[in-house]
Write a protein that binds this ligand. Sequence first.
Ligand code: ARG
Length: 432
Amino acid sequence: MAMKLWDKGFEPNEIVERFTVGQDRELDMALARYDVEGSMAHIRMLQHIGLLTQDELERLLDGLQQIRDEIQAGQFCIEEGIEDVHSEVEKLLTERLGDIGKKIHAGRSRNDQVLVDLKLFYRQEMIDLAEEIQTVVQQLLALSQRHSAVLMPGYTHMQIAMPSSFGLWFGAYAETLVDDLHVVAAAYELANLNPLGSAAGYGSSFPLNRTMTTELLRFASMHYNVCAAQMGRGKSERAVAYALNAVASTIGKMAMDVCLFMSQNFAFVSLPDEFTTGSSIMPHKKNPDIFEVMRAKCNRLQSIIGEVSMLTTNLPMGYQRDLQLLKDITFPALTEMHDVVRTLHFILPHLRVNEHILDDPRYDYLFTVEDVNRRVLEGVPFREAYREVGMQVQRGTYKPHKEVHHTHEGSIGHLCTEQIGQKLEALMKRFQ
Ligand code: ARG
């Protein structure tokens, strides 16, 4: 029944087969286009070193191109009984081209084949994620500018602390996401190293030209040591997990802020009705479920570092089938991360900002530091000014002057939007 690349004339046990193949037939679909791309580079190299004729190469390239078109048209699937995408592609080539299809796997193992597929996949995923983040950052910077004059309370210990603003609040998430791009770029750069040619993890006796496949697949460089290349499985995933962790922690915190700020006790922001959800029992409810689910997804996304680490910790050098299960962790996480970033992009323009928060006298004490500083500028020593204002608060006679004059870099009055934009631009250059 099932065709196996490693068929030696016996049928594998069905339970072992199902258990070990796991989710590969579904998950490998995401790798299909990269698998074909990797094979194209590999056979060009095989022809170059004399293991394929020019004619064989051309027929194989045509066959692979046809498969690539089918993948693009959504006509490709990994058939019942076929283990994985690598087996499916080789099977199709052999069915269509006969014996020359059987030549493509010389000097290669599925171990480095899946490694190269994953590198190409993660590399593209990190580019896509960075571009999605860039869009959200630009949106947040525009909101920060638009609401730069709208003050809000700043908190420490969840207690009213000092004046903040929507300019600062939006801008803070913009800049933090830009800083998170350092981690995304690190994952990208690690994915941009060629593992192909490491074969089963110990190289090959064919005179493979790894520089050639590195160039053909537009990798920045390669993992030179073949064992290091194999060890890259798990390392790439850790880096991706750190990238998702960084981004998810920022967006999760913002989602938490919005949930809090939408509470009637705060009422700093609101959403139009159609973006809220109701209750089956309480007729008045308009809940911020979208931000709650965003928070939950972000929290869960942050946990995959633990899963990746636990799966790979203490595995010995060399390929182990355990590594296959990394795909079960990272693939759905990447899908979820894109969904979160795109949903944030969708909802942000609908967030309404309360422009009169500080009219409420409960926020008067936000201005005590401003009043201390004004005295200091008039020549009163800081500790004395602090005590004067402190005693007014203590006696209940404090009256705020509700203006803020913050001028240093990154403060309410000087958001440095342009500089944050430049930081973004510089980071995006790393993804080329
Ligand atoms: N599905 C496998 C994986 O992702 C492909 C490599 C299989 N190699 C092997 N020696 N069984 O790890």
